[in-house]
Write a protein of this length. Sequence first.
Lengths: 199, 199, 199, 199
Amino acid sequence: MPPTPPVPERRPHTGRRRNEAARQAILAAARRLLAAGGGEPVTVDSLAREAGIGKQTIYRWWPSKGAVLLEALTSTARDQVSTPDTGALESDLAAFLCDLFQAGTAPDNAAMLGTLLAEAARDPQVADLLRDFTRTRRGDLRTIVERARERGETAAGTDVDLLVDQAFGVYWFRFLSGHAPLTPEVARTLARTLALGAR
Amino acid sequence: MPPTPPVPERRPHTGRRRNEAARQAILAAARRLLAAGGGEPVTVDSLAREAGIGKQTIYRWWPSKGAVLLEALTSTARDQVSTPDTGALESDLAAFLCDLFQAGTAPDNAAMLGTLLAEAARDPQVADLLRDFTRTRRGDLRTIVERARERGETAAGTDVDLLVDQAFGVYWFRFLSGHAPLTPEVARTLARTLALGAR
Amino acid sequence: MPPTPPVPERRPHTGRRRNEAARQAILAAARRLLAAGGGEPVTVDSLAREAGIGKQTIYRWWPSKGAVLLEALTSTARDQVSTPDTGALESDLAAFLCDLFQAGTAPDNAAMLGTLLAEAARDPQVADLLRDFTRTRRGDLRTIVERARERGETAAGTDVDLLVDQAFGVYWFRFLSGHAPLTPEVARTLARTLALGAR
Amino acid sequence: MPPTPPVPERRPHTGRRRNEAARQAILAAARRLLAAGGGEPVTVDSLAREAGIGKQTIYRWWPSKGAVLLEALTSTARDQVSTPDTGALESDLAAFLCDLFQAGTAPDNAAMLGTLLAEAARDPQVADLLRDFTRTRRGDLRTIVERARERGETAAGTDVDLLVDQAFGVYWFRFLSGHAPLTPEVARTLARTLALGAR
DNA sequence: TCATAAACGAGACGGTACGTCCGGTCTTCTT
DNA sequence: AAGAAGACCGGACGTACCGTCTCGTTTATGA
């Protein structure tokens, strides 16, 4: 998810090219700072200093600080959640949710998400990016449910979107308010409930 | 919900008393600003100017800007959600969720909530207050489910917390990401699903 | 020469008043920094830090950094040059120029002037203020010459302005280019030359 | 006065040779920008854009931005001041000063000088170059006075440096502060005064 | 009735972060 | 090798807010 999608340029590019090392340094610094304190602010200056680059290099490539943080998060989290296919809805859900809960409660990720939500709340652009990210994850879960439907595991009138949102809803709601844990145990119970409800 | 509960002072009060008009002016201004733009910042200065009062009057009675905003929201939203008792879990849930969804999608409330979440994300104190607020609402829903359990409408091993969080999860998740609506129709479907799952 | 001349306000001022201590702290810090290095930049941040005040307090009362520096200089230099009255043009000139040269070559003043000129060069507003300051000093010298004219010490067609500018010209030209010294010896020679030329 | 004098290279030149057109384009652009606004900043980027060349081409041949600006000025002004030899000090001075004043008050030159002084004030290197430039002009005037001395037109104890600095001092002082004009009339009066003073 | 004390509108204050601008250097591709 | 294009680091700029701190004024007691 690079912020400057590779518009297939016809013109042979002239001038110095974007420094990939700088880009990686910025993202790495963002990950370090996001994970470091308990949701500490992560200022642009601290980010630039940590990465050893100039502030302008950040603003040249990302529209806002939050966009950097989001990319730092998503590029990390992309491969931490699988889309299992065990042949049964409940076990697929259980596997998916266990992964999701685990990724969301790993201290680093949790700190990053918390800080990121703070950015999203004040920067609409980040909020959009975050929604995009969420949409992708939703798609993964939808795939699992669709497969089950094709296998005939779900009743006719099942509202797939609603089912998916119940799963993610529990995840986000507990993540945000923290009033109850996100253990594998909970993941399995939720998987059972949802699978039952879909029949 | 005055933030400074009237500690029963021994010493007979002297000096000018709190100006209730100022308090109301602040809350009204907060509601106006929260509802106005699409999640615009609502600075303390703008709040004071809008209310026609001095900044100190805000900080004299509330611990932070967010606390004002939260009180502005909750004092509005308090009575928009009922705790119905129809004698059947599904209809109780449906009534509760219809109210919840309706309150959450009313344009003013939605704008206020959005802006407030932005504050919560950066001000831990507001986040706590917001959690308190949420806890109250959760308690209402729990009450409904508990009543159903006493009537024998739920299975033995039902995880009441999880059930409640599915309901609120759908609400918050859709509210935040906006990828799907929060219609009464959805509320009824969700109520049916949850009631079925509880059996 | 306060930046906010005392407009005789009719309205009884409301709100906190300007903090004179802060104003003095800023000017003192400016003098310290101007005198410190050999014409080092004096950034606004360093000025604020040195004075222990917020940047905004500077920008609230002065239009630009240079305006602060100029006021710091002029409030110091105001009383270092006298307007002597010995009864003879040459000795008056000699006294005046000795003072002028001495004030201009004192290490602190020289450093301050140098740094200030750098500001004046890029900030037209400071240039104007500097011109005002210069105009005042010119006036002092003119007074001396006028007095001599009234005593009949000058020829009829003497161009007083030109005479004054020759004196200040030597001062500034040598100060800026530094190719020759500004000793009392030179001051006396110049005084003699000018007095002779005026006859 | 090219900054890189053509050292007679022994090594048979390899690679592309210096592009004289680029050099001229840079100087022309500098003159245009210097003369354009009322002392506007003239950034390196704007200079490169105006000249249609890359920034590096500037820094390959000049040590700093100000050096370019100075060369742009001096290469223009070089031949605008003559060193006349009429056989009499006063008329020589008058001719010299008329030229000097005229060159310094031509709108373009004035704008260029103003902008350049701004650079000199913040860039010591430019200040040095500017001093060099001034020294050359001073040398011209000294020559005039020395010739007069050889002809016996000056008194024994005349301080030639001081005389020269009176002339240039008037010029710079009036140029900088702008409080009085630099007309040919003034030039002639000044010439007469100085010639008288030297006897 | 008057002194005292608190609340108020106004707004200056110290401080932190922001996003922009510019100078001088470095890198890429073309000539 | 020189040039055009332009990304890079570093650092100052001027602005926006926050939460605190005076000011002078207003209002309610208790002496």
